[in-house]
Design a binder for this molecule. Structure first.
Ligand SMILES: [Zn+2]
Length: 96
């Protein structure tokens, strides 16, 4: 039997950081419009005592900071996000 080999066609939309003004300008905590975006380098440590033995995860990200109340928003990039998840679940190690 022949059936048409209809390979699914996926279209990927590249969402290129579409920054709506509302999103940028309004703090979700204090509603101030005094927000600015900064570049950061973050060295994220794992929690707990065993966290000292795990390699930290370096994250380069843009952070949006409310200059009125200090609330900061940022998104961890996918690769680093996975590193964090793996680091947490990866080694439950010996609970001696
Ligand atoms: Zn604020």
């Amino acid at each position: 039997m022949h059936h048409t080999d209809a390979t699914p066609h996926f279209v990927w939309f590249n969402v290129v950081n579409f920054q709506t003004k509302d999103n940028i300008l309004r703090c979700r905590r204090c509603s101030s419009d005094n927000k600015r975006t900064f570049s950061t380098e973050m060295n994220i440590h794992f929690p707990g005592r065993e966290g000292f033995e795990k390699p930290t995860v370096l994250v380069f990200s843009q952070v949006s900071i409310c200059l009125n109340c200090g609330l900061a928003d940022f998104k961890v990039p996918d690769r680093e996000l996975r590193a964090l998840a793996d680091g947490l679940s990866g080694k439950k190690a010996e609970s001696a």
